[in-house]
Design a protein around this ligand. Structure first.
Ligand code: IDP
Ligand code: MG
Length: 168
């Protein structure tokens, strides 16, 4: 096969097939304050994932509560809410094959002291209450969280020139 495909044939490459291929990722205030936005983006970009939405935002309380609704009754919820509202977060949507599961693996387990080296939390954090990033834990969560934080027109669908090199 000719490795030098034409532009028009590259535009036909559509590796994104299902809801599992789109996920919500958020750099929490500790990550923003520590100057880790670039580091986190770089790791996801190098994996081959495509950034399709991004914004820096101080998330208002009702949205923080909705984001973490499953933890509302947990003893750590008040400190989690205060942490997430302590400064701007960097909110993103990432696309790519199996993005939901792939990003969770790249992020590492919730407690950074137990997270594997090579993961974002394993390499960049020490405290469960300051673990740098959030990533959706399922397709359902991803859909819910993207809709919670982004308007449809803020999520950009585009072909990246390296899509053809990333996928068979
Ligand atoms: P996840 O971020 O890996 O999905 P979750 O269990 O959904 O982990 O918890 C959401 C966030 O709540 C965590 O990322 C962390 O910031 C915070 N959190 C979870 N468990 C604790 C805890 O025991 N103490 C303090 N903060 C916690
Ligand atoms: Mg979670």
């Amino acid at each position: 096969m000719d490795p030098c495909r034409t532009k028009s044939s590259r535009q036909g490459v559509n590796p994104v097939k299902s809801a599992a291929d789109v996920t919500f990722v958020m750099i929490k205030p500790d990550g923003v304050q520590r100057g880790l936005i670039g580091e986190v983006i770089s790791r996801l970009e190098k994996k081959g994932l495509k950034l399709v939405a991004a914004k820096l935002e101080c998330i208002p309380e009702p949205r923080v509560i909705e984001q973490y609704a499953e933890h509302l009754e947990k003893p750590f919820f008040p400190s989690l809410r205060a942490y997430i509202m302590s400064g701007p977060c960097f909110l993103m949507v990432w696309e790519g094959r199996g993005a939901v599961a792939v990003v969770r693996r790249l992020v590492g387990t919730t407690n950074p002291t137990e997270a594997d080296p090579g993961t974002i939390r394993g390499d960049l954090a020490l405290d469960i209450g300051r673990n740098v990033v959030h990533a959706s834990d399922s397709e359902t969560s991803a859909e819910r969280e993207i809709a919670l934080h982004f308007r449809a027109e803020e999520v950009i669908s585009y072909v990246r020139t390296d899509d053809a090199a990333l996928y068979e």
